[in-house]
Design a protein around this ligand. Structure first.
Ligand SMILES: [Zn+2]
Length: 658
């Protein structure tokens, strides 16, 4: 989910800088397409005016052009994956191209470093063509367009923009979409949908809402129309007027989801799930302001995913429940911890698009946390004013972190320069600590230290026997001293116990999860009180990398290698009683299988309990099932096949004060 059509990314692939200023008139493209569903062929005719100001466009190099009309003074040059058409003199005029694209032959095409994503699909029932295929003339900046789409009447079509006509004659359905607002690229979709419509009153215009759902999802249409209206109203209040005339939720046969101006294309298999309704939908709706309304200056870092994650996924959660919001913030830090260990970290100014776990931990997680810290520095009201003003100043323009900084700076006295420099242009995160010092001049102090000069608001909680007190510091240096007498009765100190700062977690803040073992580079295998050997089953159905069996191991073991300990279900109860593992006894009724990720003296151990009397096939089925529960700390499966699962509580790190 949540992949914005990677349009800005196209320019990076082309090696072209997107134009930073949108002054003057924009290029305009007229596109006529006809989809032939029996052969999955898309016939295209596209015309545009080349001028001295907008004298060059690009098209996919592999598209065979059958006819060119109009301008003759155009130079055609081939690049690595594109063909460029460029005016050779000061003249101007219309150029019209005709070509056809076979959608069946387009499979998982993707540029270097971009996640494998299906950009095209063609069948008798469905078709999809992403702008990343460079299927229409593309300028190196925003343009306006009018797209007329024809297909057989049994299908329907949709493109971004406003639907201005929809007619059927001679078994051909013709729909025309107008893209009056500047846009970066155009995707096309065809399908057999049931269309539902509602109209809402936005702040400055009437907005048409549509669902294009397949039969299996049609009962969800009303719910989606209602939610869409709620989210649009919410963001109109938070940011400003919704910038388009319509919004459509379109069911997709593809597994991934995409957002584009005025519509989102979501897998038909997941529309029913709450996380789509509560997170993906507001996220994609918000991209109409952030990403498709204000465009991203990709060369200085993609801020739109982080800000959208913060104002959609996060804010919707925060409004519902602070404990859930805390868990989300903790999740960002935890994800960072796992990529930090494996390398591959980039700065926010280098992040352009999500293409692996590491880039999403930064471009979504870290970026969202940076906006969270910014909000805590300048305050709620100023933060909201800044978001509104950012929209006022830059809608349908291109902006980067620099413009965000400049806008927010006008709402605070605090100089934001080092804050933005720290978090946008630098990799890494502070490791925080508390040191108690004796100081002759100012008396004893409690010093908050960090390895670097990171600027962030930091909560320090002093906990006494009966009460606790929170102090919020704005730290920006290696060491910040607090007089100890202000907290005379405190017995322990907690640093950022609610995860409001981008930082390295303390070991006890990282709960063990089953996934840690699935993904471990190497694990030790041992059996304690069972004769059942399941090592090869674990290697086949559970682990990404093979175990090393300690009984066979001759080399010295790697320090801190996670261990897997296989025990018998009969011994689980005594381990609980001995305090070696923590689990509720109720989860143990008719126990057939248990997995529990735990830590003993900082060593990660995965206990796997199996019933010795079970056949190996049934055990392997349990092991394969457990693999889907990676984010949990423990799970049990009883003889009825029921799964009970849970997560370890996150306990903040405490420093004693004496
Ligand atoms: Zn997104």
């Amino acid at each position: 989910m949540r992949a914005l059509t990677k349009v800005g990314f196209i320019w990076l692939l082309l090696g072209q800088a997107i134009k930073l200023s949108i002054a003057g008139t924009l290029p305009h493209i007229d596109i006529d397409v006809r989809y032939r569903e029996q052969t999955a062929l898309l016939e295209v005719s596209a015309s545009t005016k080349l001028t001295t100001e907008h004298g060059r466009f690009f098209l996919n190099k592999d598209i065979p052009i059958t006819r060119v009309d109009g301008l003759t003074n155009v130079k055609v040059t081939d690049g690595s994956n594109f063909r460029s058409f460029e005016l050779t003199d000061e003249s101007s005029g219309l150029i019209k191209l005709e070509y056809s694209i076979d959608l069946r032959n387009k499979k998982h095409s993707s540029g270097s470093g971009v996640a494998e994503q299906q950009n095209a699909l063609g069948s008798a029932d469905n078709a999809f063509l992403s702008a990343s295929e460079l299927w229409h003339p593309l300028f190196n900046g925003p343009f306006t367009a009018r797209v007329t789409i024809r297909c057989s009447r049994s299908l329907s079509s949709i493109a971004p923009g406003m639907l201005v006509s929809d007619t059927v004659s001679d078994d051909v359905r013709t729909r025309t979409f107008e893209l009056k607002q500047p846009t970066l690229a155009i995707d096309l979709m065809f399908g057999r949908w049931e269309v539902q419509h509602a109209r809402m009153s936005g702040k400055s215009r009437e907005i048409d809402l549509y669902t294009y759902f397949n039969e299996g999802n049609s009962s969800l249409a009303n719910e989606y129309l209602g939610l869409t209206e709620d989210y649009i109203l919410f963001y109109e209040n938070l940011i400003g007027d919704y910038p388009f005339n319509s919004f459509s939720v379109v069911a997709s046969p593809l597994p991934t989801g995409l957002g584009m101006p005025s519509l989102t294309y979501i897998s038909e298999r997941i529309l029913k799930y709450p996380f789509i309704k509560n997170r993906s939908l507001p996220h994609e709706i918000l991209h109409n302001w952030l990403g498709n309304g204000i465009f991203v200056d990709y060369q200085s870092g993609n801020w739109s995913e982080g800000l959208t994650t913060y104002l959609a996924d996060y804010m919707v959660t925060e409004l519902r429940s602070e404990p859930e919001a805390r868990e989300m913030r903790h999740g960002w830090l935890r994800n960072y911890g796992s990529i930090e260990a494996s390398g591959g970290e980039e700065t926010l100014s280098d992040f352009s698009s999500r293409y692996h776990t590491a880039s999403s931990a930064i471009g979504y997680g870290k970026s969202a946390m940076v906006f969270h810290m910014l909000r805590r520095i300048i305050g709620d009201e100023s933060f909201k004013s800044c978001i509104k003003e950012f929209w006022n100043r830059y809608q349908f323009e291109i902006a980067g972190f620099k413009e965000i900084k400049r806008t927010c700076q006008s709402f605070t006295e605090y100089d934001l320069s080092s804050f933005f420099k720290n978090w946008v242009e630098t990799k890494g995160a502070p490791r925080l600590n508390i040191e108690l010092r004796q100081n002759e001049n100012i008396g004893d102090t409690v010093d908050v230290t960090q390895d670097g000069e990171w600027t962030h608001p930091l909560d320090i909680v002093f906990e006494g026997r009966s009460e606790s007190e929170t102090t919020r510091l704005l730290v920006s240096e290696n060491r910040t001293a607090l007089p100890r007498k202000t907290v005379a009765n405190a017995e322990s100190i907690f640093v950022d116990p609610d995860f409001h700062s981008w930082r390295k977690l303390f070991p006890e803040e990282i709960p063990s999860t089953i996934r840690d073992f699935i993904a471990a580079k190497v694990t030790n295998y041992s059996q304690v009180d069972t004769r059942l050997n399941i090592e090869s089953s674990l290697n086949r159905y559970f682990l990404e990398n093979a175990t090393q069996s300690i009984t066979r191991e001759t080399k010295p073991l790697l320090d801190k290698t996670p261990s897997i300990k296989v025990i018998s279900t009969q011994s689980v109860e005594s381990l609980i009683e001995d305090g070696e593992i923590e689990l509720q006894l109720e989860a143990l009724h008719h126990l057939e299988f248990m997995m529990l990720a735990s830590k003993v003296d900082d060593n990660a151990i995965l206990y796997i309990a199996v019933d010795d009397n079970l056949g190996i096939e049934r055990i392997e089925a349990h092991i394969a099932r457990a693999r889907h529960y990676g984010k949990y700390s423990w799970l049990t499966i009883n003889s009825g096949g029921e799964i009970v699962k849970g997560k370890q509580k996150i306990s903040p790190h405490s420093f004693p004060i004496r």
